[in-house]
Design a binder for this molecule. Structure first.
Ligand code: ATP
Length: 222
């Protein structure tokens, strides 16, 4: 079993651009900041090698490709794929080493490994081979698109814009309303003190969280 597809791709020193490493499961799948990406068998885990270091919109291009392949859910800034109820379906990790960019993707296809996660099969049936092919096809086209087209498309798939959010950047935390994206994909957040640009950090969607934690009882139910 592999530690992670990111590790394997890094170790493949003469891998050509576009090389893909795919695994049935990962022993040490990771997210941002060393967080764990739970990777049991049954889901999709792969890494793609790109050589376009320095593209600040890569996470957005990849997020759009993932949303298109899954055909379910919306994107949370910058590139988590969330089910309509806010549970996480998939994630993307971009790691850079000189000119080599490792684009790691995890998509829960048949197993939702933690309580706040969802699996695609709850919404639709799709084979992992088809999902991988659709992602790569879509990624190729998003890599060629103008920045403005990428940002516009991302906005239409966004679950973040217009939401109340809590932002954590380093030691600082603040609450505001996510209002737009800047030209580098930075999240613009309206706060009482004015609009702040977030280039990196943790963004929690407060409304979606409230919905999950305090589910509303619809009319007619006891
Ligand atoms: P978040 O989106 O949870 O605020 P993040 O964007 O930093 O955090 P990532 O680094 O992309 O998240 O992924 C790691 C986090 O995702 C973990 O801390 C855990 O909460 C969650 N997670 C781990 N494995 C899975 C999985 N297979 N499916 C959905 N969520 C997962």
């Amino acid at each position: 079993m592999v530690t992670s597809t990111q590790d394997l791709l890094r170790a493949w020193r003469d891998a050509p651009s576009g090389a893909v490493v795919l695994a049935e499961a990962q022993l040490r799948g990771r997210g941002r900041l060393g967080r764990v990406w739970e990777s049991p068998p049954g889901n999709l885990y792969f890494s793609v090698l790109l050589k376009n270091a320095g593209d600040p919109l890569l996470p957005f291009r990849a997020g759009l490709a993932l949303a298109e392949a899954a055909q379910v859910g919306k994107l949370k800034w910058p590139n988590d794929l969330l089910a309509p109820d806010g549970r996480k379906l998939g994630g993307i990790l971009v790691e850079v080493e000189k000119e080599r960019v490792f684009l790691g993707v995890g998509l829960n296809v048949s197993v939702a490994p933690i309580p706040e996660s969802a699996a695609l099969q709850e919404f639709r049936r799709a084979s992992r081979a088809q999902l991988l092919a659709d992602f790569l096809w879509s990624l190729e086209s998003w890599l060629e698109k103008e920045n403005e087209a990428v940002l516009c498309a991302w906005l239409t798939k966004s679950m973040t814009i217009g939401q109340k959010v809590r932002v954590q950047t380093g030691k600082e935390a603040f609450v505001g309303v996510a209002s737009a994206l800047g030209p580098q994909g930075e999240l613009l957040v309206r706060t009482k003190e004015g609009t702040r640009a977030v280039f990196a950090g943790d963004v929690r969607l407060l409304r979606v969280l409230e919905d999950i934690e305090n589910p509303k009882i619809s009319e007619g139910q006891a």
